[in-house]
Design a protein around this ligand. Sequence first.
Ligand SMILES: [Zn+2]
Ligand SMILES: [Zn+2]
Length: 757
Amino acid sequence: MIPTRVQINRPIPPLTYEAPEGLESGLRVQVPLRTGSAIGVIEGRDPQPPTVKLKPIQEIIDPFRLVPDAVWSLMQFAADYYACTPASLMPLCMSNTLRARWDEPIAGGRSLALLRDQGHWSELQTLGLQWRSGSLKLPTLFHSEERRGVGVSEVYRTDLLPMGRSTEQQRKVLQCLDENQGILSEDELMLRSGVGTSVLQTLEDKNLIVRLKRRDTLSQQRAEESFPAVTLNAEQELVRSQIPLDAFKVHLLYGVTGSGKTEVYLKCAKEVLSQGKRVLWLVPEIGLTPRLLARLESTFPGVVGVGHAGLNASERQSDIIRSLQKEIQLFVGVRNAVFAPIDDVGLIIVDEEHESSYKSEEYPRIHARDLAIKRAQLEGCPIILGSATPSLESWVAAQQGRYRLHTLKERPAGSQLPTVDVVDLREEYRQHRKRTIFSQRLLTGLRATLDRGEQAMLLLNRRGWENFWMCRSCGKTVECIHCSITLTYHKKAFRLRCHLCHYEVTPPEVCPACAEPHLKGVGEGTEQIEELMKTHFPEARILRIDRDTTSRRGQLESKLMAAEKGEFNLIIGTQMIAKGHNFPHLTLVGILNADMGLKLPDFRAAEHTFQLLTQVAGRAGRAENVGTVILQTYSPEHHAIRSALDQNFIQFSDTEIPFRESVAYPPFYALALFRSDAKDPDEARTLLIDLKKKLEAFPDLRILGPLPAPIFRMQDRFHMQLLVRAAQRSHLSAALHQVDILSLKGISLDRDPIHFG
Ligand SMILES: [Zn+2]
Ligand SMILES: [Zn+2]
């Protein structure tokens, strides 16, 4: 036994335990904690063990490291860069339910378990090397749960926090679900938590969990479709020929909506697969692209693996096992799939590379696009970043020659840019002396579109009934009692809800501050827009798509499919309706308030607004008939809005890039955001002041703060932030290395933050 450092999946430094000699780094082990236990990852021998008596590890889970070498290297890079540990990244790649079979026989009649029991850990390490390199075959290395399919009951964790008293058994169930991304099959859950159905029933009655029979909407839809073979037009062929498939290089594929970026990806993927190499394909959200999955499975039958949160535990596990056993040749997935355990990767594709969903907003705060570039470098293969509205980071890198730029300009035959009608809401106000929700031009346009039997879409990027409630007597807004944000009214549920912590309350009749009965809702959300549209167009078949109407698995996919088939003619929604899907009958897009995102306290506000408006306006241009976009705005002269209307990314970036440079923000400066978390405001500030003193020793850094975080109070905790900028990423990295971030109590780091909230 030797002192061994084990990382666990929490933002703390590694802990030291007694473990057998010869355990390979990257092995998963179970270790005791002060209360309970955790799954950790072996880091290596502790050169300076603490002098206290060490506890032994409880169980060694893997016979040898299971993830491929490149993925293990990527995890170490990511842990170092984002100030987390490989142990926090391991569950993104392999669920904790994935276990090796120790009774697997190897040559000489011995089993892995025998080697373990006799303590032959270095021999197991050698077997692992051979297995990962492909020279050793272990056909049944994993426990495979053959529960994939329709009819299996799954248990989902809801968003609610447990209120009041809960029993030990109930807590166990919730903990099990939390450790497995909130979903487990019912059998597996009962097995792992050791509880019976009555406990599940009680939790379901409390709305803490939901039990559903698996419907498998995605696979059913996939089976119905068939696709023509991949053929490229001249422009796509040219781009394809300019992407060498045998060396690391970052390629930025800038292609207008409908120009056929997917054709180029597919062609490249086909060639790479024919060379016997594998392909990793990242998408921002699978629910929005069921058609892509169908297309991949029909083009590459039997070798496509999928990784995303909508899968049930056994499905996810099954594709990971197939990946580890080298049966998967193309792995498609969302953010976490950047760690997909496939080896010999010959091509990485990051579609819609500008999407902020590639960045995790919670620990570990990784950015999958940036890590995908690192992975391509480790694998020695090309990577294609594709977008119609590239991120300015990627665009500037291409301008500077660090990435190679490829452009697709041709729209599909017969399609035309939509005509654009800008409604100046300031003008509307001057005329009508009241705030306009639907301008006359929009209502007329909707009427005409519906009468022609076509589809219309309305975008409003805010869910709920109203924005917030305000007292007309004292001017106060109704805020969450745990957070410093206003509550949102949800009419159907008759609740005021906090969109941050899920606190909710029955709407009060009088102002909580002054007790006067003068509360009034301000601003509107999609729920109210739906109601208003029902009164304007009683015969319309309305579909609303937002987080409130698509929270169940498969709901979003089936709604989008129904809309595509024309079952609805008026689609109302938040940004969720902007991407993916073609609606063949869609000829009118109405944007109710284009400025909404511009007012956010975020230097990327213009970029995000431009991307959203360009995407949603692009929806109208894909039908046979010329589409129309009616855009309502208070700032029609803003460059983000102007450029989106012209569908002109170059025009947008030409204005935005000099601005970013002048204010020393990305892509010209690298950012690191420190956030403190404390039970009182003074402590939140003091934590960061101490850190600031340390960082001030580095002359290359610009430090701003501590300032209150945009959401200063959340769930009764207080948050301040410290923004650190450097012109050179390496200067920032060097400084951050001097601060042992994982050992800082109450402070977390967000490298390359996207949202400052
Ligand atoms: Zn009041
Ligand atoms: Zn709250």
